[in-house]
Design a protein around this ligand. Structure first.
Ligand code: FAD
Ligand code: SF4
Length: 516
């Protein structure tokens, strides 16, 4: 049986980042990834292939609380969900690390303060080439370094939107973007600033994803091995149940086993919970490291809403995801509780509408949808969903993943939507680029849209109420760590990937010390 110093299971934001951080140590590292390399092909940038045919959604079946099967929006590839992500790389707010009262209850505090993660946020921003501008976002936490790259510029229609928002008294900011764009030297820029970024893989490897900036740099070190199409199905422990002794893998239809001093799971929040639950044994009868009964619980994925407003003027923007608005993050004049974050999403197209709502758009003539798309300005609204023990991943008798989820904070989500509407109304004051009327297409993201999944193995100081300690090591298993978004005790209202990356670097430093 092959033996390693560290086995990392999963190569997304958490696992890929950790691999890169540990690689220069010379330790023997094995990366196990259930997926393959995402193929580089013209389909990467074809809207129909990506949004209608779901070419890069991996075949998997989960079941909701009532037992109804559904296909989750998951992407099992080297690089994980970051292959498809929008690369909006936000830090959580400093206040997100403390206890926050929301309309529907408490967002619990983290066992570490923002200041402890800050140096790792800075390092993650550097590793992932984040472009941004400090000092514009009123809720931005303190940082020890500037963004490593200048903010991605707004195209004219979005600049107009920023100017109109500012004139109406709001504080729009340049959104933090992980793309390798050099606007000062376009012929030599890796990124070509195209319209097929958010939700698409990047054909030219210019998106700051965990394959390009995590796994590939790690593999330049001879001590790092990657096995693809290798799904970990179980972790086995010693007789006392205090250490993982074998990692059991299904590969090419057969079972293989590996052993390692340290085992790190980074399968994504749902699949890490599933792996621990299906690794139950005599010493861990309800699932590995689950003495607290918290494994799988507190699943969160944001109360999100994708909306588009119709601009009277055409919106010719190519790369739209450059603006954010956090004026309502912690509340509003008429609402004392947090509402959330507003940001742009990738520019929509008529084919996307067909992909998102095949029933409603089936009879719509293409020219109508194209006209909508030409005038569309697309927003993404995120409200924090609160951790609830009943929102949980479990594994049924057949080994199938069940996801029970009921929405929290619906009132805050509704009010954030209303705020956006009211902002658009205020823009009417400008005479040139006004929204003529407020016709929205509204897309609720169902539970299958699990892009921002987090929770399920929260970290904390108390083993009775958390799965992991503050180093993200399982309270009950000395050599088992978790570095995907499972560890989040609360999710805030900004996108989660940079926090997973930063935390991986933090845990990585702990592991480097441990392995000395
Ligand atoms: C379309 C889309 C847009 C997004 N946009 C943004 C954005 O703009 N900003 C942002 O911050 N976040 C965004 N996200 C979310 C972000 O991608 C995730 O938060 C982040 O990737 C989570 O990292 P992770 O390490 O927890 O899991 P993942 O990145 O999903 O990695 C998990 C890995 O584990 C592998 N795996 C799973 N089970 C096993 C197993 N049993 N054995 C071996 N390997 C396994 C998977 O194949 C995968 O490679 C987006 C996600 C999607 C899908
Ligand atoms: S905008 Fe840049 S990073 Fe995004 S897909 Fe296009 S080339 Fe790649």
């Amino acid at each position: 049986m092959d033996s390693y110093d560290v086995i990392i299971i999963g190569t997304g934001a958490g696992g890929g980042t950790l691999a890169r951080h540990l690689a220069p140590s010379g330790k023997r590292i094995l990366l196990l990834e259930r997926g393959d390399w995402l193929p580089r092909e013209l389909d990467n940038w074809q809207t129909e292939a990506v949004f209608v045919d779901n070419r890069y959604v991996s075949p998997d079946t989960w079941y909701d609380a009532g037992g109804t099967p559904f296909q989750p929006g998951v992407h099992y590839f080297v690089g994980g969900a970051t292959k498809m992500y929008g690369a909006a790389l936000y830090r959580l707010r400093k206040e997100d690390f403390g206890e926050l009262q929301h309309h529907d209850g408490i967002s619990p505090s983290w066992p570490i303060a923002y200041d402890e993660l800050e140096p790792y946020y800075t390092l993650a921003e550097q590793l992932y080439h984040v472009h941004g501008a400090r000092g514009e976002d009123p809720t931005e936490p303190a940082s020890s370094a500037p963004y490593p790259h200048p903010a991605v510029s707004h195209e004219p229609r979005i600049q107009q939107l920023a100017d109109d928002l500012a004139a109406a008294g709001y504080r729009p900011f340049h959104a933090p973007c992980g793309i390798m764009l050099d606007e000062s030297n376009p012929p030599f820029s890796t990124c070509i600033r195209c319209a097929t970024c958010d939700g698409f893989p990047c054909l030219v490897h210019a998106k700051s994803d965990a394959e390009v900036l995590g796994v590939r740099p790690a593999l330049e070190h001879p001590n790092v091995t990657l096995l693809i199409n290798s799904r970990v199905v179980r972790l086995e422990t010693n007789g006392e149940g205090t250490a993982v002794t074998e990692v059991v893998v299904e590969r090419d239809g057969s079972e293989e086993r590996f052993t390692s001093d340290v085992v790190v799971t980074a399968c994504g929040a749902a699949n890490t919970a599933k792996l621990l639950l299906q690794s139950a044994n005599e010493k861990h009868p309800t699932g590995l490291a689950n003495g607290s009964d918290q494994v799988g619980r507190n699943y969160m994925f944001h109360d999100s809403l994708a909306v588009l407003a119709l601009s009277r003027e055409e919106n010719a923007t190519v790369f739209q995801k450059t603006l954010g608005l956090n004026d309502f993050y912690f509340g509003a004049d008429d609402f004392e509780f947090p509402l959330g974050n507003i940001q742009m999403v990738g520019k929509s197209s008529s084919q996307m509408y067909r992909g998102e709502k095949p029933g409603q758009t089936k009879l719509a003539p293409e020219w109508t949808l194209e006209k909508v798309a030409r005038h569309a300005i697309d927003f993404w609204l995120s409200t924090e969903d609160l951790p609830s023990p009943d929102n949980r991943v479990s594994v049924d008798g057949d080994g199938q993943l069940r996801l029970a989820y009921s929405e929290t904070n619906a009132e805050a989500k509704k009010r954030l939507y209303a705020k956006l509407k009211s902002i658009l109304g205020k823009l009417d004051m400008n005479s040139d680029h006004l929204f003529h009327r407020f016709a929205y297409m509204k897309t609720d993201i169902p539970v299958a849209g699990c892009a921002h999944q987090a929770g399920t193995c929260r970290f904390g100081a108390d083993p009775a109420s958390s799965v992991l300690n503050t180093d993200c090591r399982a309270h009950e298993v000395d050599n088992l760590y978790v570095v995907d978004t499972s560890f989040f005790p609360s999710i805030g209202a900004v996108n989660p990937a940079l926090t997973a990356m930063a935390n991986s670097l933090r845990v990585g430093d702990h592991l480097l010390e441990r392995l000395q």
